[in-house]
Design a protein around this ligand. Structure first.
Ligand SMILES: [Zn+2]
Length: 252
């Protein structure tokens, strides 16, 4: 029944997007209410937590595309950026290497619309298999679900990272971003930028902003700032585990 695959892929992606939107609206409304109560009580909310896991693919010879240690600085940078600009800590819940050989479309994926189309056609199945059981459209686990950063070999075109926004709990990043010896590709901002997309942030035209579309290491990298509006979008996102308020009725 191979011909049914695109249809089920499409339906699943649509269902996932609709459910993600509903959850973002719900958690956003609840979060705004909490922030308003905190403001009235003169309380400063402690940082929320974004859980992130990393999956490193291996090439056709079974050799991992990079080491876990190589990804660590970009995760620390993402933590610093989101803490300063969005009151959110990035907590790494795991870094795993997948030794199974990925299909070519997963190892050297297309970007943007190409990746979206491949997702609809079921060609991102390899990623989903290794991301974990967070795929069912209305699973309660979607709230506070981690975002998975998948390290791939080569993304088509000039792109080094890509996210499908709210419709996927995973983003892809090219392994050369993490190679500290390659000064023209080493870029710690891309991982944080893609997390921004996964948290619903669109691009921003200010070069100093994390969501500026382009970044050219080593001379012309994008900035790391976030606006108050972007902070609000991130804070309302379903992926975040809210910070404990310290109020007596807060059981979380
Ligand atoms: Zn982007």
């Amino acid at each position: 029944m191979r011909f049914l695959q695109p249809v089920t892929g499409f339906g699943r992606a649509m269902g996932r997007t609709a459910a993600a939107m509903a959850l973002d609206l719900g958690s956003g409304a609840a979060r705004l209410g909490e922030v308003a109560i905190d403001a009235m009580n003169g309380q400063q909310r402690p940082p929320a937590v974004l859980r992130v896991q990393v999956i490193i693919l291996s090439d056709e010879n079974g050799i991992p595309l990079c080491s876990a240690a190589a990804v660590a600085p970009a995760l620390e940078t993402a933590d610093r950026i989101l803490q300063a600009g969005a009151g959110t800590r990035v907590r790494t819940v795991g870094i795993r290497t997948v030794s199974a050989t990925p299909p070519r479309a997963a190892l050297d994926p297309r970007a943007n619309r190409g990746l979206m189309l491949d997702d609809l056609l079921g060609r991102t199945e390899f990623y989903r298999r290794h991301v974990g059981p967070i795929d069912a459209a209305v699973e309660p686990g979607m709230i506070a679900a981690p975002i998975t950063v998948i390290v791939v070999r080569n993304i088509a075109g000039q792109t080094t990272g890509c996210s499908l926004g709210m419709s996927a709990d995973w983003v892809i990043t090219q392994s050369t971003l993490f190679d500290v010896d390659s000064e023209h590709t080493y870029d710690q901002t891309v991982l944080a930028h893609e997390l921004g997309h996964a948290l619903n942030l669109p691009h921003h035209r200010d070069r100093a902003n994390l969501m500026f579309p382009e970044s050219s290491p080593p001379g012309s990298m994008r900035g790391t700032s976030l606006t108050a509006w972007q902070r609000g979008v991130i804070q309302a996102n379903r992926h975040l585990v809210p910070g404990r308020s310290g109020r007596t009725f807060d059981l979380g």
